[in-house]
Design a protein around this ligand. Structure first.
Ligand code: IMP
Length: 450
């Protein structure tokens, strides 16, 4: 079997800037696939000078020779998808009808999933801090075998009503029990509405397997645009503070209908500092003026975490929430390398870290942990049992750096930045092949000799 698949995955908690390397890899790709999650993810792509915020359609859609697939593992909010299609058409991407393919097996996020997401978060003593997009409840219905698939929207309203009423019965009861009469839905009305969406989407809905198998047969490059990241993985992340899908490479292969033998390269993406939205462990997190609801405390004296957040513009693209910020964590990278078989690292925001260093007078990188009295270089599996967060051991570099727009090679980088990269390579065991040095897609250094 040809090995023509490149998978791009996040190595921490999302928002590592996967869009930039995805855009680079998509340039010569024939197929780009989105495999897991839904509109909890988001990135902004630039098309003819216009900024397009996308949550579902793969960024490769701006490339006229690329077929973009929303795979069977994705959960889709049809209203969001339809508005993205509309936006792309308005911006001049007319042939989207022939180049966007949606797996009929993907599941549909229905209005009750969003209400349930809110309800479950409100009822919990320890909320996850979800994006409230209905992701978890939609996957839960899929696993309970009461989900609605994209194919179902092509049924007659009566047939769809029959299917929807299975879930509606159960969820309406939950709404009643929680005095949420406003959230109670009528299967018939929903079925009518969603078959209308089906009509609007029918040209895009298909069996994606023949497209993928043909691309493998022809040895055409396929790129999988990962969503979320390693520590948010349902099975391998910080459970229960995770998303409800499997963003690690094996999950993306399953979610895109790709055979593992076709895998060629895995690119892990990280930032030169780290960030997290939502709750859960973050060993290298720095103090910041954020209250317990996740809001910035106005007029507070800026702490280290605030300085990183401001210089890195670390606010969620999907929810606008301020992100928690901290130093780059290499033990997590080492574990991500193992779980996802990462070949190369793409390290973004190297320029931003330089500015952080200039402001603070130093930058740090966590190279190992002290955990249960031992020094370890990986992320331990059992922190939920002990509630003991691993203690980071840092290497500190004094000062910072500026990377100007003329810097296009690794050799031209400031010495301190190169030292920083060497430390990461040594501590994580992953070669840093790609370096993000600015906000534009072209601000990317590629080390061809790696
Ligand atoms: P959910 O995916 O909305 O259920 O949220 C579960 C957890 O994953 C929360 O902590 C979210 O903040 C986080 N999360 C989900 N999607 C993303 C993403 O694309 N970037 C960063 N964090 C995310």
């Amino acid at each position: 079997m040809n090995k023509n698949v490149v998978v791009i995955v996040g190595t921490k908690w999302g928002d590592e800037g996967k869009g930039k390397i995805a855009a680079h890899e998509a340039k010569d790709a024939k197929v780009v696939i989105r495999a897991t999650g839904g509109n909890n993810a988001g990135h902004t792509i630039i098309y003819k000078g216009q900024k397009l915020p996308l949550h579902l359609v793969p960024g490769g859609i701006t490339n006229p020779n690329t077929t973009c697939i929303i795979g069977p593992g994705v959960v889709i909010d049809l209203e969001v998808l339809l508005s993205e299609i509309e936006l792309l058409k308005t911006c001049g991407i007319e042939d989207i009808n022939s180049r966007l393919k949606i797996s009929g097996r993907a599941h549909v996020i229905l209005p009750y999933h969003k209400e349930l997401d809110e309800l479950y978060e409100n009822l919990k003593e320890h909320p996850v801090g979800t994006t409230k997009r209905g992701i978890g409840p939609c996957y839960a219905d899929k696993i309970n075998r009461i989900g609605i698939r994209i194919y179902d929207t092509l049924l007659s309203p009566n047939k769809l009503e029959e299917k929807i009423s299975e879930a509606v019965k159960i969820h309406n009861q939950e709404f009643k029990n929680n005095n949420m009469e406003y959230a109670i839905v009528d299967s018939k009305t929903l079925a009518k509405q969603y078959t209308e969406y089906g009509k609007l989407l029918k040209d895009y809905i298909t069996d994606v397997n023949p497209i993928i198998s043909k691309a493998i047969e022809n040895n055409d490059k396929i790129v999988v645009e990962g969503a979320q990241a390693f520590r948010l993985d349902l099975d391998h992340g910080d459970y229960p503070m995770v998303t409800s899908s499997n963003p690690v490479v094996s999950g993306t292969l399953c979610g895109s209908a790709l055979p593992p033998q076709a895998l060629n390269v895995v690119i892990g993406v990280d930032k030169a500092y780290n960030s997290r939205v939502g709750n859960g462990p973050f060993p290298t997190e720095l103090p910041a003026s954020i209250d317990k609801n996740g809001n910035v405390i106005e007029n507070a004296k800026p702490k280290e975490g605030d300085i990183i957040r401001e210089l890195g513009h670390e606010y969620g693209t999907t929810t606008k929430r301020p992100r928690r910020c901290g130093w780059l964590d290499c033990p997590i990278l080492r574990s991500a390398k193992f779980t996802s078989g990462i070949d190369y690292l793409c390290l973004n925001h190297l320029d931003t870290l330089g500015q952080i260093g200039l402001k603070l007078g130093y930058v740090k990188v966590c190279t190992s942990y002290k955990y249960k009295g031992q020094i370890i270089n990986y992320y331990p599996d059992d922190i939920n049992l002990t509630n003991e967060i691993p203690e980071p051991i840092y290497e500190t570099l004094n000062g910072g750096w500026t990377i100007d727009s003329f810097c296009k090679t690794y050799e031209e980088l400031p010495e301190l930045a190169k030292r920083f990269i060497e430390i990461i390579e040594q501590a994580s065991g992953i070669p840093v092949k790609y370096l993000g040095t600015g906000p534009e897609n072209d601000d990317l250094i590629i080390r061809d000799n790696i």
